[in-house]
Ligand binder design. Sequence first.
Ligand SMILES: NC(=O)C1=CN([C@@H]2O[C@H](COP(=O)(O)OP(=O)(O)OC[C@H]3O[C@@H](n4cnc5c(N)ncnc54)[C@H](OP(=O)(O)O)[C@@H]3O)[C@@H](O)[C@H]2O)C=CC1
Ligand SMILES: O=C(O)C1=N[C@H](C(=O)O)C[C@H](O)C1
Length: 272
Amino acid sequence: MSEDLRLAILGAGGRMGRTLLHLAGETPGLRVAAALEREGSELAGTDAAGLGGPPGLRVETDAGAALERVDAVIDFTAPAASVAIAALAARRGLVHVIGTTGCTPGDDARIVEAAAGARIVKSGNMSLGVNLLAVLLEEAARALPAELFDIEILEMHHRHKVDAPSGTALLLGQAAAQGRGVDLDGTSVRVRDGHTGARPQGAIGFATLRGGSVVGEHAAILAGEGERIELTHRAEDRAIFARGALRAATWAASQPPGLYSMRDVLGLARPA
Ligand SMILES: NC(=O)C1=CN([C@@H]2O[C@H](COP(=O)(O)OP(=O)(O)OC[C@H]3O[C@@H](n4cnc5c(N)ncnc54)[C@H](OP(=O)(O)O)[C@@H]3O)[C@@H](O)[C@H]2O)C=CC1
Ligand SMILES: O=C(O)C1=N[C@H](C(=O)O)C[C@H](O)C1
């Protein structure tokens, strides 16, 4: 009989951290072995049961020490924390599932370096629904020429979200750019204000809404003359992201070191 995969949940006190602690405890084959928060957190030393974790497990702040006794880290925190943990995970060949969004190109370059030693799954959205939506959008963008259809990505999230556009919006933008065979950085219009002039042909536009308790809503709009296609996803519960992350940890445990996406995990990757 194989042993349970030992997990560390980083950012254990956060919205996603609490959801993960709860769901990991219900998932066969997984065991929460560490609940981590940042240095100075008022949660340090408290029982993880208060966050939905296993009773008797104390919230820790020394990630280096905790990572000595786990197989995988699940991380929905902040870019600086994810970059630092990726380097630690690389030294020990651990699985590192990164849900954190808002990483800069520099952060991403350091995560790519860490993937030489760690098995990293990183995605702006861990849900099955959004990753399928990205595949559909890629196909739609491939089929509908830029001269005839404009692509806009609209997102709305709760008032606490700190990064924009959302990781999911950027993931969808990448899928649209891939379908069109263009580079997203060269075609994206991430904000509009004032006298912007007419829409450049082929642009992939983004619009961001923030408010209330919205878990996450995304729409990819393909707008042509006289018709419009809208591909929409509405997250109703953070459990969809947590389940995806737990599935990614189990999947990555049997992969060689490298950087993987949720499309790899879910078997949705397009054959090369
Ligand atoms: N990919 C996906 O499917 C999803 C991604 N996300 C992303 O996950 C991230 C977190 O989201 P959410 O849970 O809503 O945010 P929260 O702010 O609720 O939680 C983040 C947690 O991480 C902690 N934290 C910050 N820095 C560190 C550190 N250095 N070490 C340990 N813990 C740390 C925070 O502590 P403190 O409060 O003390 O700073 C907090 O407890 C965001 O980037 C969000 O966009 C969210 C949902 C789904
Ligand atoms: O911060 C959030 O809450 C979410 N963040 C991710 C993103 O940036 O897309 C995923 C999800 O939409 C919730």
